[in-house]
Every structure is written in C-alpha cells, then in structure tokens.
Design a protein around this ligand. Structure first.
Ligand SMILES: [Zn+2]
Ligand SMILES: [Zn+2]
Length: 179
C-alpha cells in the first residue's frame, strides 16, 4: 500500500513537473525525471523526519510515566500513623486503639472502624483540596505555603514533610475566625 502511494506520488510529481516543463517549452523528459526523483526524495525525507519524531515521543512518554509513578495518594493511608482524641481523658491515642492506654476507656469495633474511616476521608478531602489551587499553613515553619511552591515530590518547601500531613492545615481552616 505504501509502495503504491509512493509510486503514485512520484508519478504525480513527475507528471506535474513535465506539464510545467512543457508549458515553458523545456525538456519534458528531464523535468519529469527530476520531479519523479524529488517525489521519492521527499518521501524518504518524510520517513526520516517521522522516525526522529517517534524516538522523541517515546523518550517523552518514558519520562512522564516515571513522574507519574511517584504520586502519593490517599490509598497510602496508614491508620497506624494517625491519632484520635480519647473522649474521656482528652489524651491522644492510636487511631486503631480499642482501649485508651491513659484512662482505660473502651471503644467498640464499630467505633474504631468509623474513626478510621473518618480519618481516611479527611485525608482524602485534604488531598483533593491540595490538588486544587490551595494555600497551606506549615505549622512547623510557621509560614504560608502555596501548593504551586511544593517540591516536585509533593513535600513542603519549608519543612520538607509531605504536604498532606497534619502540620499543613489549609488556609481556610486556620483563618476562618478572621474578622
Ligand atoms: Zn482516655
Ligand atoms: Zn511544612
């Protein structure tokens, strides 16, 4: 099929060149041959160009897939890294704890599951907001951090910790009581 297109293209170039040549009273056969050759050369050139584009594209897709793999999502949620406040003694205990280590208050299995689910949803919401254009407050460094300023791996430029951790509440959450 490609060979046929190539041949048709070359003949068309040759015929066009020959017509132009005959109109100008020039060597019809010579110009026809030149047109034929240029048609082939043009095709060869286009093959070379498309090959270069292909290798450029494949290297580009390789680098983007490498970046995409590094994304951290709410799926990485680890309840072990989160805490809850005991309703009885107001001490912070592990999110998964069924019994407060400070006062002995007990949580039912349902309560614990609900608390984990709530924490997970909170993190997910926060990450959703972060991906939208948001300002964060870094409690460690006490500075405002715009999400545009985050490092390429999603960490805070001020303290180097993940932007999704507890020390980075969103601006609207901390400046809500401003008059
Ligand atoms: Zn307690
Ligand atoms: Zn920070």
């Amino acid at each position: 099929m490609i060979a046929e297109i190539l041949l048709v293209q070359a003949i068309a170039c040759g015929v066009l060149s020959a017509i132009v040549a005959s109109n100008k009273n020039r060597n019809v056969a010579g110009w026809g041959a030149l047109g034929f050759l240029f048609g082939v050369l043009g095709f060869i050139a286009s093959i070379a160009v498309s090959e270069v584009e292909e290798t450029e594209q494949s290297s580009r897709t390789k680098s983007t897939s490498r970046q995409g793999r590094k994304k951290s999502t709410a799926q990485d949620f680890d309840p072990d890294e989160h805490e809850k406040k005991c309703p009885m003694c107001a001490e912070y205990i592990k999110l998964e704890a069924h019994r407060c280590k400070h006062c002995g208050h007990e949580f039912s299995q349902e309560e614990v599951e609900q608390q984990i689910e709530e924490a997970r949803r909170k993190i997910e919401k926060r990450q959703e907001k972060i991906t939208q254009d948001a300002k964060l407050y870094c409690e460690r460094s006490e500075v405002m951090v715009h999400t545009d300023m985050l490092n390429s791996d999603g960490t805070c430029p001020a303290c180097g910790n993940p932007a999704s951790d507890e020390k980075h509440p969103l601006e609207e959450e901390i400046s809500g009581d401003g008059s």
